[in-house]
Design a protein around this ligand. Structure first.
Ligand SMILES: *[C@@H]1O[C@H](CO)[C@@H](O)[C@H](O)[C@H]1NC(C)=O
Ligand SMILES: [Cu+2]
Length: 163
């Protein structure tokens, strides 16, 4: 009995810790980037996206764009300028809220005919919102995140022990 509870606590600790420090950068299309005739649905299928992660769209500036749209815009390939259209060729999108997110290319018929459309589902973080950074350097930030992860994990384990 005691050992299995300890196991659960250990696993929970590990999971919370892993989730809290692993903000991930997803290169859309991997080395192919954001391009014509790539199957982005298959690319996204085996990936898990969390709040705090980022998407990176790589392409030659001028050849494509990245437009955030809603489900209707995705189905019908309609971009909306008010949502902001990214054109830099190295567009970094940070996933700030959970839920379904839709991105399409706004150039020509790339969305309609060349499959330049991506839909993902962003999952909520398992831990509380990101801590206010104490240090400004990236390494300091990571340290804070790790410490924060431990605190959250410890707290979670204590809660589990009370069950
Ligand atoms: C989707 O976006 C289009 C264009 O930006 C807008 O006109 C429409 O109202 C939106 N639909 C929903 C369901 O939000
Ligand atoms: Cu395009």
């Amino acid at each position: 009995m005691a050992t299995s509870r300890l196991k659960i606590v250990f696993m929970a600790t590990f999971l919370v810790l892993a989730a809290s420090i692993s903000a991930k950068e997803h290169i859309v299309g991997d080395e192919k980037g954001w391009t014509l005739d790539f199957d982005y649905q298959t690319w996204a299928k085996d990936k898990v996206f969390f709040v705090g992660d980022t998407l990176v769209f790589n392409y030659a500036a001028g050849t494509h764009t990245v437009a955030k749209v809603n489900g209707t815009g995705f189905q019908q390939c309609i971009t909306s300028a008010s949502n902001g259209i990214l054109t830099s060729g190295h567009d970094v999108v940070s996933l700030q809220t959970p839920g379904r997110k839709w991105y399409i290319c706004g150039v020509g018929k790339h969305c309609e005919s060349r499959n330049m459309k991506l839909v993902i589902t962003v999952l909520p973080q398992t831990s509380a919102p990101a801590p206010t950074p104490i240090a400004t350097s990236t390494s300091g930030k990571l340290e804070v995140q790790i410490i924060y992860g431990f605190v959250v994990a410890l707290f979670g384990s204590l809660l589990l022990l009370l069950v």
